[in-house]
Design a protein around this ligand. Structure first.
Ligand SMILES: Cc1ncc(COP(=O)(O)O)c(C=O)c1O
Length: 456
């Protein structure tokens, strides 16, 4: 694959910020002591030396705080709200334990994620499973595990689930996934008449209503309610408000058309987070108000009983809890063009920059009290010119051996990591109260070859 380097941008100027100025994108326990970055009471420079790099570091206090914020600011407005952590953002056995301890539910997107929940001893009735093409084997695994809810995405799946559940004498609670025709982005929303999405049943052409009617009539299926998810990294809360208007109006149609109440409404995840200095995402408190009060008000407007609710945050639980530590290997200065700072990781541990042109903040953990006086592009070690971790990063003056910290990498980095170039995937450590522990060990070369078969 030949990828171009980053698209040409105006030359950036260094922002002279220190670690203290980067607080909005760092874990809540981040601080500077003796010129070093500390997180969770642990010196990131010592940690990099002891545990090696590349390394994902997650702050347990920030994860717990974010989960608790969701529980607090949703249930403040209505007691029956499930906070369902979307495991796709970051999943490990230790993470699942925290989700259980913080009184949250778990959203699984595959049989593999469900297997994690089972192995971690997570209560199956608090597991919800979604996905646009669950295999028959995965549906059977869900039933055998006794998961709380399955989000049904298409007619074929509904029929399969009905047959599998009936054969087991079970009645599985399901939510019907609806595409409300509201497409969110960070600034605005647009109505998507065509509802061009691979997920769920569109409201137009009556597909969603047809799905609800079939679900009500099928054996083995207990139609509990509706599910939607309008997107990710959403800053504008009015996108949620608009989608809620649309879906509660549909609840009214269901009740009038079938006589059945919608007992559960799940509005998905998607709240945005700060990756860079200009980002000002909405707070969990405001999200809770807009979503929960919004549902209550719309229900009142339509004369409906307020249903049980669910929200499914992923990114906003873990993104700012995590950083990635790398060691600077080489520095390449191309006069009048660009300086590349190469690190011992890259697109295999963070694909988001190459995939979405995502932007991150970076700093040198061993020079955390110094201002970021230069601009450099942080490059990975893979055989791709597009293997960039941070484009045009303001950075303290780097030298080989420095510990480079990329901020806000707790979501969709480890979970999307690969072994490209046979790179071992970094381990994950949790830090808390001055201690650190492995929650996912760094891979070894043996791990890489574990499933290889040498024939002949
Ligand atoms: C159905 C569903 N729920 C929840 C999430 C979590 O979204 P986020 O990480 O943006 O909060 C996703 C992710 O895209 C999703 O597909």
């Amino acid at each position: 694959m030949a990828a171009k380097p980053s698209t040409p941008r105006p030359r950036a100027v260094p922002d002279l910020k220190t670690a203290a100025d980067l607080a909005p994108v760092l874990p809540m326990t981040a601080e500077v002591r003796d010129g070093h970055l500390w997180i969770g009471g642990v010196d990131m420079v010592d940690l990099a030396r002891e545990a090696g790099t590349a390394l994902y570091v997650m702050d347990e206090a920030t994860i717990r705080h974010q989960l608790a914020e969701y529980v607090r600011w949703t249930r403040f407005h209505w007691p029956d709200v499930d906070v369902v952590y979307a495991g796709k953002a970051f999943l490990s056995l230790a993470m699942i334990r925290i989700v259980a301890e913080e009184d949250c539910c778990l959203l699984c997107a595959s049989g593999g994620e469900l297997a994690y929940a089972i192995r971690a001893g997570f209560p199956a009735e608090r597991v919800q499973v979604h996905g646009n093409n669950k295999t028959p084997a995965e549906l059977a695994e869900c039933l055998d595990a006794g998961v709380g809810r399955i989000v049904v995405d298409n007619f074929e799946e509904m029929e399969r689930l009905s047959a599998l559940a009936s054969a087991r004498g079970a009645s599985q609670k399901v939510l019907i996934r609806v595409t409300p025709g509201v497409e969110a982005d960070t600034h605005d929303f647009i109505m998507t008449g065509a509802e061009d999405s691979k997920f769920g049943f569109g409201l137009n052409q009556g597909l969603a209503m047809e799905a609800v009617k079939r679900a009500i009539g099928l054996p083995g299926i207990d139609f509990e309610g509706l599910h939607m998810h309008i997107g990710s990294q959403i800053f504008a809360l009015h996108s949620f408000a608009r989608a809620i208007e649309v879906i509660v109006a549909f609840m009214r149609e269901i009740e009038s058309g079938t006589g059945q109440p919608v007992r559960m409404l799940d509005v998905g995840g998607g709240l945005g987070v700060a990756y860079g200095a200009p980002d000002e995402p909405s707070t969990v408190k405001d999200f809770g108000k807009v979503v929960v009060d919004g549902i209550k008000e719309e229900c009142e407007k339509h004369g409906l009983a307020v249903p049980r609710m669910a929200v499914e945050p992923g990114r906003s639980i873990v993104a700012n809890a995590g950083v990635t530590l790398y060691t600077v290997g080489s520095i390449k200065e191309i006069p009048d063009i660009r300086t590349y700072v190469a690190v011992d990781g890259g697109m295999s541990d963070n694909i988001r920059t190459s995939l979405y042109d995502a932007h991150y903040e970076a700093l040198l953990a061993n020079k955390a009290d110094q201002p970021r006086e230069m601009v450099a592009t942080v490059a990975g070690k893979h055989c791709e010119s597009g293997d960039i971790v941070v484009n045009d990063a303001s950075l303290q003056c780097p030298e080989p051996g420095d510990v480079l910290c990329v901020c806000a990498t707790g979501a969709y980095c480890q979970s999307m990591a690969s072994n490209y170039n046979k790179q071992v995937r970094p381990g994950v450590v949790f830090v808390r109260d001055g201690q650190w522990r492995w929650v996912i060990k760094r891979e070894t070369y043996d791990d890489l070859m574990r499933n290889d078969v040498l024939g002949g």
